[in-house]
Design a protein around this ligand. Structure first.
Ligand code: 13P
Length: 291
């Protein structure tokens, strides 16, 4: 399938009232499981890596694998860099062939966040079909070894969100609304649905313009996910769940087969567990059959 941009994938989702999963991978086996689920379900897909895996696997290697998969897959697939806090590294990944980049300057002042985000947008848009995601407000929890405490986290003001989108030219917008990276400490996380609905109305109320991103997918109760999709969330980020699936499945398999020395069997167990986890997300997000 020809490569289409993350923005195009997500504008279609915004208009169609469903969301697309953006799954963080740290190795090839996770990647295979994620792709297999999306192909089985005929769902559009965003593969993400944080900065750390992009460095230890190598961004050129990742892009080569991504291109080989995306060119022959019967579904649209994007390769997205998640939470990059360094403008220069965003540009290097764009040059390497990531099709989508998140510049996360959300811990800077508003003006500095606008400046850095716009710089990455200008760079990526001049290079062609590369989408850029920006964040306003901060999401608490741990992502790629970066920790944001709950009391440091700040929610996105709706009017300021509109100003951010207009001044930066971002393709995808991640407003902080109370979701958190990692495992939620409570069964009822404090998500500000009203705020999110207002942001969605202001930005996309007169027709889909800038798709909205929800961070902190792991552990969000199903009714929260469905409500956020119905309010206009179109990209859902899921990372921690897939790390747990990888490690727990490996541990379980090795514990039960302590005398077996066949790495391929561990890989198959991990790939299938990741595939099943991603398939559940696709069901929740309503993206089955939308490729
Ligand atoms: P989780 O780790 O909570 O799934 O969050 C993922 C995320 O938002 C990545 O940007």
């Amino acid at each position: 399938m020809s490569v289409i941009t993350t923005k195009e994938i997500l504008l279609k989702a915004t208009e169609g009232g469903y969301a697309v999963g953006a799954f963080n991978v740290t190795n090839l086996i996770q990647l295979e499981g994620v792709v297999q689920a999306a192909v089985d379900k005929k769902a559009p897909l965003i593969i993400q890596t944080s900065v750390t895996p992009s460095k230890f696997l190598g961004r050129d290697v990742l892009v080569a694998i991504y291109r080989a998969i995306a060119e022959s897959a019967p579904i649209p697939i994007a390769l997205h860099l998640d939470h990059c806090r360094v403008v220069e590294y965003c540009k290097q990944c764009a040059d390497a062939g990531y099709t989508s980049i998140m510049i996360d300057a959300s811990r800077e002042s508003f003006e500095e966040n606008v400046r850095q985000t716009k710089e990455v947008c200008d760079y990526c848009h001049a290079r062609g079909e590369i989408s850029v995601e920006g964040e306003l407000g901060t999401v608490s929890g741990v992502e790629d070894q970066i920790k944001v405490a709950e009391d440091e986290a700040a929610l996105c003001g709706p009017e300021q969100g509109v100003e951010f989108v207009e001044r930066t030219g971002v393709d995808l917008f991640a407003p902080a609304i109370g979701t958190a990276h990692g495992i939620y400490k409570t069964a009822e996380p404090k998500v500000d649905f009203e705020r999110f609905g207002r942001i969605a109305q202001l930005i996309n109320g007169q027709g889909a313009r800038v798709p909205l991103v929800i961070h902190g997918g792991t552990g969000l109760p199903r009714d929260y996910v469905e409500k956020l999709v119905s309010l206009g969330g179109s990209k859902f980020n899921v990372s921690t769940e897939l790390k747990h699936t990888l490690i727990d499945t490996t541990h379980g398999y090795v514990s039960e087969h302590r005398d077996e020395y066949n790495p391929g069997k561990i890989d198959v167990a991990v790939r299938d567990a990741i595939r099943d986890a991603v398939a559940r997300w696709i069901d929740m997000l309503g993206s089955e059959g939308k490729a």
